[in-house]
Design a protein around this ligand. Structure first.
Ligand SMILES: *Cc1c(COP(=O)(O)O)cnc(C)c1O
Length: 358
């Protein structure tokens, strides 16, 4: 029998558990656009409580959750400050610019090096007819492109209070906020209390097949509900999805296991000649492997691993990403370790194309 591939490309690749599928089959449903789906309501209530907000809204994706958040906090012609490597700026098709007439002002290194407050102060220009008024700051925690890095609650508080003093509201792209909470063993509310709104994904490490929640005040969620409808995101008998989402929420307490497995795999990779892992150790469930020292392109590295039944993904120049998640077991980590070791042997036997590396 051929083993199933060990899929480390993303934590979005999980399949719903047998328990989820049963709950989906049994779910009580109604028309949620009429406000009549009890399972969606339950998910929205429990989700809001997890992040300490008054209300929450169930959406088909995190991308729509962030877009609805930006649309609900801003008007046409407003400017939004955010990190230049943030998911909203980098991976969401410029949605808020296209659909909301909002201008993004990307800040380089907002989540690195502790200069965030100064950057935000500089970013908010004085009232002047030349300048688009800055209304909103978006943060991301954990940070995807930086490698699952956690912004601790103290830093969030500092940045958010600076933003508030400048008259901004703050949205947190907390797609993986429960990974941040698990990493520091703190309640998620420690991270979310200083933000006006937070989006988190049920369909990443938590393992739901579909869905994200956007949480905030009651009046904010009322605007968000309207904007979700505007975008075509009003769903009808969505309780079948929410039923899986409720079980996914419970899984937030188990994310440390994904982090432990990421550290184990990272330790083995970092010990191999030619490969680096940075950040090391991985702070949460993402491993960023740097292949420059091996003189091997990310594509070549991933292609070799794919032959061993290990899926990883090229992640920019000289970088490969591996992500642990609910469907990755200790045995899978063992197979992944064997895969990278096989690459290392192959690489050494070929002789380094980079010259006389030791
Ligand atoms: C995945 C992700 C999103 C978007 O979620 P989708 O459900 O894939 O649309 C938003 N922000 C971050 C940081 C993410 O990693």
């Amino acid at each position: 029998m051929i083993d199933k591939d060990v899929d480390l490309r993303s934590d979005t690749v999980t399949s719903p558990t047998a328990e989820m599928r049963e709950a989906m089959a049994r779910a009580m449903v109604g028309d949620d656009v009429y406000g009549e789906d009890p399972t969606v309501k339950q998910l929205e209530q429990e989700g809001a409580a997890c992040v300490g907000k008054e209300e929450a809204l169930f959406l088909p994706s995190g991308t729509m959750g962030n877009l609805v958040a930006v649309l609900s906090h801003t008007g046409r012609g407003d400017a939004v400050l955010l990190d230049s490597e943030s998911h909203i700026f980098y991976y969401e098709a410029g949605g808020a610019s296209v659909l909301g007439g909002v201008q993004f002002w990307p800040l380089e290194g907002l989540h690195e090096g502790g200069g965030a407050v100064e950057m935000i102060k500089k970013g908010v220009r004085p009232p002047d007819q030349h300048f688009a008024p800055v209304r909103l700051l978006c943060l991301e925690n954990t940070h995807n492109r930086l490698g699952g890095v956690v912004m601790p609650p103290g830093a969030m508080e500092e940045v958010c209070s600076a933003a508030r003093h400048l008259g901004l509201v703050v949205h947190l792209d907390g797609a993986r906020i429960f990974n941040a909470a698990a990493a520091l063993q703190l309640p998620a509310t420690d991270f979310t209390r200083h933000c006006d709104s937070v989006m988190f994904c049920l369909s990443k490490g938590l393992g739901a097949p579909v869905g994200s929640l956007l949480a905030g005040t009651t009046s904010f969620i009322a605007r968000a509900r309207r904007n979700r409808k505007l975008l075509g995101g009003g769903m009808r008998q969505a309780g079948v999805l929410a039923a899986a989402g409720l079980l996914a929420l419970e899984h937030r307490h188990a994310l440390q296991e994904d982090h432990r497995r990421a550290r184990e795999l990272a330790r083995e990779i970092a010990a191999l000649p030619g490969l680096d892992v940075d950040p090391f150790p991985p702070p949460t469930n993402m491993i960023i492997v740097h292949t420059a020292g091996a003189n091997c392109s990310p594509g070549e590295f991933c292609a070799f691993l794919a032959e061993q039944g290990i899926k990883a993904i090229p992640f920019g120049e000289n970088r490969v990403r591996m992500v642990t998640h609910r469907d990755i077991s200790d045995e899978d980590i063992g197979r992944a370790i064997n895969g990278v070791k096989a690459w290392s042997l192959h690489f050494q036997s070929q002789g380094s194309r980079g010259g006389d590396r030791p």
